[in-house]
Design a protein around this ligand. Structure first.
Ligand code: RTP
Ligand code: MG
Length: 139
């Protein structure tokens, strides 16, 4: 089933560097509506749980440490073809390989601190949205 929803985080690097406003503006201008939204932070335990799929990868420890290093913005977004269109909007995982004008191209410094998260499937968008938001926080 296609839900037309994706889940995103503005990661600690982009928050710390003052890019929340510019990134939200780019997301809005690309046609995404906000279904749910919060300014929050992940504990190391929560970050580990969120990225558990990567627990055997060599970068997992650094990823968990980075994602719990400061506040983030979490949001559920809605648009036709949301998963694919949002992954295009943010660009490649490694900002050095991200297309010009993408969010990671503009705002990310490295593959580890890459400014934004975007879900990679409808199923994961639902799981990730449920990780952060209750039914009462969606509009
Ligand atoms: P995300 O989940 O954060 O949206 O990133 P992604 O789908 O583009 O990349 P993914 O494969 O899910 O990896 C999650 C995060 O782990 C870090 N990573 N580092 N050093 C590496 O080879 C490597 N590969 C992945 C990145 O920070 C990536 O966003
Ligand atoms: Mg991913």
């Amino acid at each position: 089933m296609t839900t037309n929803r994706t889940f995103t985080m503005i990661k600690p690097d982009a928050v710390a560097n003052g890019h929340i406003g510019a990134i939200l503006d780019q997301i809005s201008k690309a046609g995404f509506k906000f279904v749910a939204f919060k300014y929050t932070a992940l504990t190391p335990e929560k970050a580990g749980e969120f990225y558990a799929v990567h627990s055997e990868r060599p970068f997992y420890k650094d990823l968990v440490s980075f994602m719990s290093s400061g506040p983030i913005v979490a949001a559920i977004l809605e648009k036709d073809n949301a998963i694919e269109d949002f992954r295009k909007l943010i660009g490649a995982t490694d900002p050095a390989k991200a297309d010009a004008g993408t969010i990671r191209n503009l705002f990310a410094k490295s593959i580890d601190a890459n400014a934004v998260h975007g879900s990679d499937s409808d199923e994961n968008a639902q799981i990730e949205g449920n990780f952060f938001f209750s039914a009462f926080e969606r509009f």
